[in-house]
Ligand binder design. Structure first.
Ligand code: ATP
Ligand code: ZN
Length: 304
């Protein structure tokens, strides 16, 4: 690929992300939270890593698995649906696996689902025998049909799958669903989930034996530090030592309380990492149980 600067000496790590679309912005935000920053090329296809020797290639999401397989990129951020489709296709054609999912990233969540016309009744996979299913995910669907011992036709479409039943090109569809609004607008209803998807970090099946190995280990560690606390808040307060047991019982979604200081009047300064948002209700309950000076702080990153 001519757009890739010729730095074949693999001292730098190269990550493929979506150029524009649903995963583009959250992928960049995650990498920025890991301490990366870049200088964009004029054609906006390549971002040169400034703080770390980690560069980005901005591409269509469909190209990401192939770029990893060909060694053009070392890592990629892509939907499990896309990675899974291309992995299934390789498997079905008996081509060896070339990439694997390294981390689930918690954004871009959706499901690959079978959806049928609203007026149909769904009694299980057997009703699909002899029908035609339109999808952009023929390999994942075919493997699912085989596992469920269903003989159905798979009609591959690259877009606008949801209108296939109306056009008569298929009887039902297998497509990505998040809110379900598109299905409803086309008088379809989701009936069976084939794959739970979200954005993932994908990498090659083999480990790197050069500088990229260490860079990847550092990136993964930082990513874990960001992902782990993504939905956590740090809760701090002061309380009499006699209230600690009652307060701990209220904190069901938190780590055990840590004491940071004790004051002369016998009260303690306490803190804990709370998983999920700390609601006003919980704060008020803690207050009634003896907590004072309650403070909730955003957590950006952690290193265990
Ligand atoms: P590209 O131009 O890169 O090929 P695209 O049109 O294929 O873009 P997007 O629509 O941006 O891709 O979706 C990218 C990914 O976002 C999907 O592969 C999927 O993992 C995820 N996603 C989350 N919700 C949805 C949804 N409702 N519909 C489609 N994809 C979704
Ligand atoms: Zn795409």
């Amino acid at each position: 690929m001519s757009i890739v600067p010729n730095n074949a000496a693999r001292e730098r790590l190269r990550i493929a992300i979506q150029k524009s679309g649903r995963l583009a912005e959250p992928a960049r935000a995650l990498l920025a939270a890991c301490g990366l920053s870049w200088r964009e090329s004029r054609d906006k296809l390549f971002c040169y890593g400034e703080t770390l020797p980690i560069d980005l290639l901005l591409v269509r999401d469909d190209d990401i698995p192939g770029l990893i397989a060909d060694g053009v990129c070392d890592l990629g951020i892509v939907g499990r649906n896309e990675l899974g489709e291309q992995a299934s296709e390789r498997e079905r054609n008996r081509v060896p696996a070339a990439y694997k999912e390294l981390r689930a990233l918690g954004f871009g969540s959706c499901r690959l689902m079978l959806a049928i016309p609203e007026e149909w009744e769904w009694t299980g996979a057997a009703v699909l025998n002899g029908l035609r299913i339109a999808t952009s995910y023929p390999a994942i669907l075919s493997s699912w049909l085989e596992r469920n011992q269903v003989q159905a036709g798979v009609v591959e479409l690259s877009g606008s799958v949801e209108i296939a039943p109306k056009l008569g090109t298929a009887d039902l569809i297998c497509d990505l669903v998040s809110s379900g609004a598109t299905l409803k607008a086309n008088q379809l209803k989701p009936v069976e989930s084939i794959l739970e998807s979200e954005a993932v970090l994908a990498g090659p099946v083999r480990d790197f034996d050069d500088a990229r190995g260490e860079l990847m280990a550092m990136l993964l560690r930082r990513m874990d530090g960001v992902l782990k606390v993504k939905h956590s808040q740090l809760l701090m307060f002061r309380a009499p030592s006699a209230s600690v047991d009652a307060l701990s019982k209220l904190l069901r979604d938190a780590e055990p309380l840590t004491r940071t200081a004790a004051s002369d009047d016998g009260s303690l300064d306490l803190q804990t990492m709370h998983h999920g948002e700390v609601s006003w209700n919980l704060l008020e309950e803690l207050e009634r149980a003896g907590a004072r000076n309650l403070m909730v702080l955003k957590v950006e990153r952690s290193l265990a």
